[in-house]
Design a protein around this ligand. Structure first.
Ligand SMILES: [Zn+2]
Length: 355
């Protein structure tokens, strides 16, 4: 018998892929079978997750990434599945021995079924301009308030842990997000517009790394208290590696960056592009963000704005993926993240669940 050569085995392995976000859909390691019917479109996803077995299999796969199911309390793999109740029981002796696939994820304590959760994750990760709680409420048949809470929890899963600094060519830019005051209800106007300047607008700073490790630009954005020199430069130094080249507009807050970086300025009063010196990548991201916020979410409480930034960054940074792969990436980031309703609204009463 002819011995299989090592090269062809490796090729087969590579082709099969062991990446959860493989464009062909996740590979089921436990059974060694590829999930060939993994949905590729929204329509397929809805039909697929409507079957409780499919939804559970998908959630297990996304959550444990093809590794054995482990107890969320003690980490033991000595667990057994109670089929009738679709939960596991840990063999170790401790409290909370029974657990569902939702425990320890953004779905914990949620009475909403896996089919609706997975569909909602698909919708939010693929909708170019986002999806409002009203749309989700109508699309999957849950209350608008539940939809609002659910969307915020998915945004939490989309939050990127930016452990690495960006480098190479980096654009830094700032913008303001905020509703038009004259469209607001009087009570809201009084609540939102406090103090002077900015008219209730929130300052956001963005950093865009051009042609990063995957060959396309990636962005990170955060809410800042103001666009003063101290804050902006602290954010840049925390996020950008020292050998980077930074491109900004002529805002005074960026002056002095050349102490740490190669800093090139484009003065928008004169022109918008000078060779590689421009902030058009950031401008493009701002326009996508504003389109989602103005078109879909209409108004966003400043307090929650960072969650919408996470959502937009997630879609932007993973824009080259298929919808199916982007869904799998978002859904596999649900572990270890929890957001309770109290945690979401802070200590205050919900002022608005309107987006
Ligand atoms: Zn245990």
């Amino acid at each position: 018998m002819k011995k299989p050569d090592l090269k062809s085995i490796n090729e087969i392995r590579l082709k099969k892929g062991n990446n959860i976000v493989d464009t062909h859909g996740p590979t089921c390691h436990t059974s060694g079978m590829a999930m060939t019917n993994w949905p590729k479109t929204l329509q397929e996803a809805i039909a697929y997750f409507a079957n409780p077995d499919n939804a559970l299999t998908a959630a297990i796969l996304l959550r444990w990434q093809g590794k054995p199911v482990t107890c969320p309390t003690c980490g033991s793999i000595k667990v057994h599945f109670i089929e009738t109740r679709r939960i596991w029981r840990c063999n170790e002796l401790h409290l909370q021995r029974q657990f569902s696939v939702k425990v320890g994820t953004i779905m914990e304590d949620s009475p909403i079924g896996l089919d609706k959760w997975l569909t909602a994750i698909w919708l939010l990760s693929s909708a170019k301009n986002g999806i409002s709680s009203y749309e989700l409420h109508r699309s999957i048949g849950i209350t608008q308030k539940s939809a609002w809470f659910l969307l915020h929890r998915i945004r939490l899963a989309m939050q990127a842990g930016n452990f690495n600094k960006c480098g190479g060519e980096v654009e830094a830019d700032e913008t303001y997000i905020g509703g038009k005051a004259h469209n607001m209800h009087k009570a809201k106007r009084e609540r939102v517009i406090t103090g002077t300047g900015g008219m209730g607008k929130v300052a956001v700073m963005g950093l865009l790394e051009r042609h990063g490790k995957d060959g396309h630009s990636t962005v990170r954005a955060s809410v800042v208290k103001n666009v003063g020199k101290k804050l902006l430069q602290a954010a840049i130094r925390a996020n950008v590696a020292q050998d980077a080249a930074i491109f900004t507009d002529a805002l005074k807050s960026y002056e002095g960056l050349d102490t740490y970086y190669v800093h090139k300025v484009i003065d928008h009063a004169e022109r918008y592009v000078d060779g590689r010196i421009h902030t058009n990548g950031c401008e493009n991201f701002w326009s996508l963000l504003k389109r989602a916020i103005k078109g879909t979410y209409v108004s966003v409480e400043p307090f929650h704005l960072f969650r919408y930034l996470d959502e937009e960054c997630f879609r932007f940074n993973n824009r080259k993926m298929t919808d199916s792969a982007r869904f799998a990436l978002a859904a596999s980031a649900i572990v270890g993240k929890r957001l309770t309703y109290k945690g979401l609204i802070g200590s205050e009463l919900p002022q608005s669940c309107e987006n």
